[in-house]
Design a protein around this ligand. Structure first.
Ligand code: PLP
Length: 390
């Protein structure tokens, strides 16, 4: 499978996950910079209000990342040292690290190999007297089986913190991802469906939790401390908790406000690309994502192929090399959490104990599906895969 003449030239390298950035957000960032108010302020408040409206949620707090959103949600959920929090091995390290930063003990429950989402039967197996919460990840934008998760949470008095980093547009049985559990955590990182460069948001079902997260996100300073330099004159603040520096800046929100206005057209564009991949790659020797369940809405954040010697005749990593030689960027989401030395050394986890996540993690590769892709870009991705696999 040596690539003789690349599908694209080097100067047209297709960057994986490059976002669609348009003139409106560029102008808004410039206006924000000229306004003198770069930090958390009116633009952040507007972005929170817009996001709340889009999701039909009661309480939203913008932060500087989804990692911060997860960390503070887990703290607000009251997780303490010794408390166990169940999550999936098929996620980005931030999910597990946030549990650790909050002082909890992460416990992994293997995935369903078809949906790649946490398997409710595995969660049940992992529940102990110390379990306090579940952090499901709506992987690639596909909703977890939330009916089963809500039932388990109800039976065992557990909180649910949804990791919606891939799932801004995702819906499950008429409910919007991030509003189904107690907390929903979103990412606006550069590769995500709505971007602010770095950025995150928490949706909280309960107003007190949202207020606490707002305070914890800005050093633990009393509510509205961010207004202290506003045109109402200087306001004294009090430090009421030992918080963190996790606030979103107006410069980030300036991007997000305009990105969010295009969330639906961007979703439709990614769905179009997804449908084309499903049709064009149907006869190629690679595994394709499962069809979304009825009465759900997939976020179409990642399009993952499954590749392996047996199925495809070559390894996943040689496929990555061939795509790169064709000047097309790809990603891996994810090597399962127990593959990483830190978790092995700290918890003694072994990939083989989570066989489905291990298998997916060792054979998966994500191909570009950003709304920025032109039809020519999509043609090139398909042509590259077909020539590699033929
Ligand atoms: C599943 C998942 N959770 C959490 C995060 C962390 O998001 P952020 O980079 O905004 O902190 C990511 C980011 O890639 C993610 O994919």
């Amino acid at each position: 499978m040596r690539v003789k003449s690349p599908i694209r030239s080097k100067d047209r390298f297709l960057i994986f996950g490059a976002p669609a950035i348009e003139d409106e957000e560029i102008a808004e960032v410039v206006a924000t910079m000229k306004s003198g108010w770069l930090g958390s302020g009116p633009k952040v408040a507007q972005f929170e209000a817009d996001f709340k409206r889009y999701k039909g949620a009661d309480h939203a707090v913008a932060l500087h990342s989804c990692t911060a959103a997860l960390h503070l949600s887990i703290l607000a959920a009251g997780i303490k040292a010794g408390d166990e929090v169940i999550t999936t091995p098929m996620t980005f390290c931030a999910t597990v690290n946030a549990i650790l930063h909050a002082g909890g003990t992460p416990v992994l429950a293997d995935i369903d190999p078809l949906t790649m989402n946490i398997d409710p039967a595995e969660i049940k197996r992992k529940i102990t007297a110390r379990t306090r919460a579940i952090v499901p990840v709506h992987f690639a934008g596909r909703s977890c089986d939330m009916d089963s998760l809500l039932k388990i949470a109800g039976e065992h008095d557990l909180q649910i913190i949804e990791d919606c980093a891939h799932a801004i547009e995702t819906e499950y049985h008429g409910m919007k991802a991030g509003t189904i559990g107690d907390f929903g955590c979103f990412s606006f990182y550069v590769t995500k469906n709505v971007v602010t460069g770095e950025g995150g948001m928490v949706l909280a079902r309960n107003g007190e939790n949202a207020s606490r997260i707002k305070v914890l996100g800005l050093h633990g300073m009393s509510k509205d401390a961010w207004k202290r330099f506003g045109d109402d004159g200087y306001k004294h603040y009090q430090v009421i908790e030992c918080g963190f520096k996790y606030n979103m800046m107006d410069m980030q929100a300036a991007i997000g406000i305009h990105q969010l206005r295009r969330v639906e057209p961007y979703w439709h564009r990614r769905k179009q690309i997804w449908d084309r991949y499903m049709t064009e790659l149907a006869k190629v020797a690679v595994g394709l994502p499962a069809v979304p369940d009825v009465d759900t809405r997939h976020g179409y954040h990642l399009f993952t192929l499954q590749i392996g010697k047996q199925r495809s005749g070559f390894t996943r990593d040689s496929f990555i090399d061939a795509m790169t030689a064709n000047n097309i960027g790809v990603g891996v989401h994810y090597l399962s959490i127990p593959e990483h030395p830190y978790y092995q050394a700290t918890f003694g986890w072994r990939p083989e104990e989570y066989p489905h996540a291990m298998q997916v993690g060792r054979s998966t590769v994500s191909i570009p599906i950003s709304a920025k892709l032109s039809d020519q870009d999509v043609d090139d991705v398909i042509a590259s895969i077909k020539t590699i696999c033929e």
